[in-house]
Design a protein around this ligand. Structure first.
Ligand code: 4EH
Length: 230
């Protein structure tokens, strides 16, 4: 069949995608709205989860198990850690970690629970498609580790801790949850984020100013990738 899931966390992150779908059909499921439609002849199912790891887990699982998607692409915004990343720049995750997962009291590393992994890698073929798109469009595309946790980081100390503990380049609140779901269900997945802020003292101010434009940058890139999948 081949149905592609496109997921965001906030309405702003998926609206630029929904507005380009043909044959749009809305379905309510598990207290959320799922948008099924076609783009360049490909079947898509699009949804925003709401913020954080728990809602992201529910939505990713629903996209796969209820809507039968066999590839999942996440589009959204992130806070920058790497000094290479400026507002509006794109980053793809090679791997995702949960920066707020802590059973270090039992001697385990940060981000690890038994039978899990600290870092979950994304699909290499999808990453390569992203690199092709970036090359064709002459866009800068950074690759790195994205750290996820249930907190909006607006604190240089917390940011520095996440940077040194996980070698992370950007942070957000959903990616690693999507990674756990897709890895467990063996669905190839991809996480793209455009920078909205730098997770510092100006973060909430910058976020409000750049959410919409950065979300659109990410969404437009994802749609270019959809044209190239298979
Ligand atoms: O879905 C959440 C949004 C912020 S919370 C995670 N998203 C945006 C990525 C992100 C992020 N995450 C953690 C961008 N910058 C981040 C940062 N720390 N500095 C939110 C935002 N607006 C209203 C309500 N909640």
């Amino acid at each position: 069949m081949n149905k592609i899931a496109i997921m965001g966390a906030m309405p702003e992150e998926i609206e630029p995608i929904i507005s380009k779908l043909k044959n749009l059909k809305e379905t309510k499921y598990a207290a959320n709205t799922y948008y099924e439609g076609t783009y360049h002849g490909k079947e898509l199912v699009v949804a925003y989860s709401k913020i954080g790891k728990v809602f992201a887990t529910l939505t990713a699982t629903s996209l796969i198990e209820k809507f039968e998607c066999d590839t999942l692409l996440f589009s959204g915004v992130a806070g920058a850690i790497s000094p290479d990343l400026n507002i509006g720049d794109l980053i793809i995750a090679d791997g995702l970690v949960q920066h707020d997962l802590d059973i270090t009291a039992f001697g385990h590393p940060y981000g690890y629970v038994p039978e899990g992994e600290v870092c979950i890698l994304t699909d290499v073929a999808l990453r390569n498609i992203a690199k092709e798109v970036a090359k064709e469009k002459g866009l800068k595309l950074v690759e790195g580790i994205i750290a996820t946790g249930d907190q909006f980081v607006a604190d240089p100390e917390r940011k520095e801790w996440i940077s040194k503990t996980f070698k992370a380049d950007a942070l957000e609140m959903e990616g690693a949850a999507v990674a756990v779901v897709c890895d467990s269900l063996e669905v190839p997945f991809f996480i793209l984020r455009a920078i909205s802020d730098s997770a510092d003292m100006d973060a909430s101010f910058n976020f409000d100013e750049f959410l919409e434009s950065s979300a659109k940058t990410s969404a437009d890139f994802i749609l270019s990738m959809v044209e190239k999948i298979q």
